[in-house]
Write a protein that binds this ligand. Structure first.
Ligand SMILES: Nc1ncnc2c1ncn2[C@@H]1O[C@H](COP(=O)(O)OP(=O)(O)OP(=O)(O)O)[C@@H](O)[C@H]1O
Ligand SMILES: [Mg+2]
Length: 398
């Protein structure tokens, strides 16, 4: 069912790799505020310096809702301000440090919004500590399913005896009660969102990304792999519902003047909407393939010649065309070339329905251009219009 302004419902945001929940019973001011908070952070992928709204209005209900959410807290809250000694004692108590090992520094390994992600440096090594909270770490009034960290761990575990293991961080420790995952430090990686600025992706990297995705998909998912339904519902709203609502409260003209008008012909296209609905339903159904769930340039990391895949917190067992379509969408957004669809389909080692994959890619392109989850994409309105038309073709006549 589509969100109704007059009902009490949960309204979700998934912005680039930022996933948010909010409650808009008093209108959409809070939504605007969150978009503002997110977009004005120059460090976040997809951010827009200066933000997107001029006078954001936050309803009181928004804060009340936030306070209720914050009642659920993790046992040991660790962040960049945790004193080294406290962290040292905590990690020692978990036997994650050698008795003689001393923490010398904590640093932020890169940008993230959802979770606490820290690099712990000791006198012997470094590792990554990732902790999920029942809210989005950067915007703590916003609810998010805390067990997403367990999904991430299950995913890394599921692929560890397969060639994918060379492309994901090793698990060093996991504490379900603290929602805490300790991971191998992959070094000074950079994510591949640079392809949007470069308007290109190297053939070598693309082939490796397709190959790794095939490996993940061929891995038999354990029967107890989490459904991850809350995260999927969150994503469902942001991929298949909100971008196609005429009145979703998001001011596209604040991103780029004229974008709102441009978006209308795609939002109101009945044929497009019918397919979006069909694919969206499939996304929420069980499938038979282990998916990464967020296979886009923000999850692809390079470090020298190495290629890593991180952040599988949206993983689930579903249909392979979801990951494939999302991947193809981002390559097409970056390069402007629809031909990558067939190229990716042909190189993929596995069975995939080209029509479904194209539909998924078209939907992903549209939602990244006219939805809330904007990318760091410097394109003219004309270029966006061309991309949207390509997306419509992918959806309607793959
Ligand atoms: N194992 C690792 N080794 C080195 N750097 C890492 C590792 N894991 C994460 N990072 C760095 O930390 C950043 C944030 O990590 P991650 O994407 O897992 O966090 P997140 O909170 O889930 O982010 P998001 O809000 O985008 O979902 C990454 O972009 C990367 O730069
Ligand atoms: Mg994440």
């Amino acid at each position: 069912m589509l969100p109704n302004k007059h009902l009490f419902f949960e309204f979700c945001l998934h912005i680039a790799n930022l996933k948010l929940y909010l409650h808009p019973a008093n209108g959409y001011g809070a939504l605007a505020q969150l978009v503002e908070q997110w977009t004005e952070n120059p460090c976040v992928p997809g951010s827009i310096p200066g933000g997107t709204t001029k006078n954001p209005y936050i309803s009181k209900d928004f804060f009340v809702f936030g306070l209720i959410l914050q009642k659920t807290t993790v046992l040991t809250v660790i962040d960049a301000n945790t004193p080294l000694e406290e962290l040292q004692n905590y990690l020692l108590s978990k036997e994650w440090l050698d008795a003689a090992e001393k923490i010398t520094a904590i640093e932020k390994p890169g940008e993230g919004n959802m979770n606490v992600v820290l690099r712990i440096i000791t006198d012997q090594r470094s590792f990554i500590l990732k902790q999920s909270r029942p809210y989005v770490q950067k915007y703590q009034q916003i609810k998010a399913p805390v067990d997403r960290i367990a999904v991430e761990k299950k995913f890394y575990q599921a692929v560890r005896d397969n060639a994918v293991h060379a492309h994901v961080p090793k698990i060093i420790g996991f504490d379900a009660s603290e929602n805490l995952l300790l991971l191998e430090d992959l070094g000074n990686c950079k994510d591949m969102t640079y392809i949007y600025q470069k308007h290109a992706i190297s053939n070598g990297l693309l082939d490796r990304l397709i190959f790794i995705l095939g490996l993940i998909h061929r891995k038999k998912a354990p029967s107890d792999f989490p459904e991850n339904m809350e995260m999927r519902q969150l994503n469902h709203q942001h991929i298949f519902e909100l971008p196609f609502l005429e009145d979703n409260g998001f001011q596209l003209d604040d991103i780029q003047p004229g974008l709102q008008e441009l978006s209308l012909q795609f939002k109101t296209d009945k044929k497009v909407r019918k397919i979006v609905k069909k694919v969206g339903k499939k996304y929420l159904k069980p499938g038979n393939t282990l998916l990464h769930g967020d296979y886009y340039p923000g999850s692809w990391m390079t470090e020298a010649e190495n290629l890593y895949i991180i952040d599988p917190e949206f993983g689930f067992v579903g249909f392979p065309e979801f990951d494939l379509g999302v991947m193809a969408a981002h390559v097409i957004i970056a390069t402007g070339k629809k031909g990558y669809m067939k190229r990716i389909h042909a190189a993929y080692q596995g069975d995939a329905d080209l029509e479904l994959m194209s539909q998924m890619a078209g939907i992903e392109i549209m939602r990244r251009l006219i939805g809330l989850a904007q990318l760091p994409l410097d394109r003219t309105l004309k270029e966006k219009s061309k991309l949207l038309k390509k997306a419509r073709k992918l959806i309607l006549s793959p």
